[in-house]
Design a binder for this molecule. Sequence first.
Ligand SMILES: [Fe+2]
Length: 173
Amino acid sequence: MRLDHIAYRVKDRDAAVKFFKEAFGYTEQAEFDLKLEDGSTARCMALEPPEKQQVALPQFVADGFHLAPEIFVSSGPPGSLIDRWVNEWGRGVGAIHHLAYQVDDVQATMRDWLDKGLMFTTDGPLECPNLTQIFSQPHPLTGIIYEFIARKGNHGFCKENVAKLMSSTSKLA
Ligand SMILES: [Fe+2]
């Protein structure tokens, strides 16, 4: 099991992205805006770790190398789902919203965790081509939302899944 990405919700996405680029050498992978089910909007940026620029990913995966995780940063206008979460859980600045772990089978992992009493924000995994994801509810011992993600190849993020996952947290915000 490997940490796939760390997702932050912040007040100022562009300033946070600048920090990650300058401090850690992250590079921009994808930028997009989302419209969520409650009508609010979100600005998103996916960042890749610098290691990907230097070494072919498949060889490192084959060798068991632990590649640094990607980073996903989002913000939203005042009153939006993301902004309300930042004000409540991020002291008005920002915080880690969830940790995403890559697994072989999201459905099987979900069933296993349900047996252990962990709840999820959707009835089942969300599917995009080559990408399957689900959010847990905040864990009762750590307070963290865990995402389980299965990838076929290196396809980055899927806007449709991100929008559905963000919307699924509206009752938690
Ligand atoms: Fe995520």
